[in-house]
Design a binder for this molecule. Sequence first.
Ligand code: FMN
Length: 365
Amino acid sequence: MSFNTFGLLFRVTTFGESYQQLSVRVGEWYASLRRTFLDKRRPGQSRFTSQRREPDSVRILSGVLEDEASGREVTTGAPIALVIENVDQRSKDYSEIRDLYRPGHADITYDLKYGLRDHRGGGRASARETASRVAAGAIARKIVPGLSVRGALVQMGSHRIERARWDWNEVDRNPFFCPDAKQAEFFADYLDGVRKQGSSVGAVIEVVAEGVPAGLGAPVYGKLDADLAAALMGINAVKGVEIGDGFLAAELSGEENADEIRMGNDGRPRFLSNHAGGILGGISTGQPIVARFAVKPTSSILTPRRTVDRYGRETEIVTKGRHDPCVGIRAVPIGEAMVACVIADHYLRHRGQVGEPPPWPFPAR
Ligand SMILES: Cc1cc2nc3c(=O)[nH]c(=O)nc-3n(C[C@H](O)[C@H](O)[C@H](O)COP(=O)(O)O)c2cc1C
């Protein structure tokens, strides 16, 4: 099974399935793993996420050394290998679906492509793999000086947050990573109802990266927005990605959409708005990068759905096991991690190709 690696200079390779240990190898870069990021993704943290017990503790196998003078972990320059053990394995939850295709899952496509699949928890298609991405993201955040990448859940089902109430401090105070305290209270009741019905809902997550220097990304097939879109779309259950105003931009006039430019007091260009989401021509402007992604409702639900088995027989399926009523919640730190990895990769690519940015503004002609 190919394509287990992403990134060009900040290169991440993951391996392991739902019921094996997961490994991440991050090419020759810098480490200091922050538990907090993995804690955000792991299940069982509230009644609104899966009750699987996955402590997601990380072992660092290589590439890191304790500096005797400072006592801090430093990288040696060798590839960093990380391992995340699976300790809550209940393969029997999945034995009933060994031969059945769960609608909305990759069961059918793996069989159609490879002629075989690991039915235990979705195998390589399992979102368990995303724990590795969060670990890689924790390293990526260390590479770009002053970089901050934060994500928030801005919509659950058809219910949006009130943007005027956006408060980043709220994100860590509720189980939904929601920046609107009032809407988070509503989400608690709403999702309780969904969960009790054995159903599920989707969500929209917004990721904002600040402290991204101007100049990251390259024309024409190395565009920063294209790589961000690919990275976010590559997360399990993601069905749509927007940069900046995204699909709303199609409704704006040219006047409304123009991010007008003035000179800032620091002698740098200052944009008066950010409809573009911090990227023009595939290159970062220095403004915050804003990306949103839509996560579909969890496919595993308690209402019977029609399907077929591996032998072409029509039947029905009810997916048992421990599932999140809204996987969008745990997708927040995964989205942050993917954005951090792409920005770190482009930061290194930019440094390798351009080095120091040109002095700006240019002398007048
Ligand atoms: C953090 C996270 C947890 C997930 N957990 C579940 C789950 O418990 N049950 C489920 O049906 N899908 C879950 N998914 C989604 C499936 O992994 C995904 O829908 C499936 O592999 C098919 O891939 P696709 O939706 O990207 O086409 C989860 C996704 C994420 C991001």
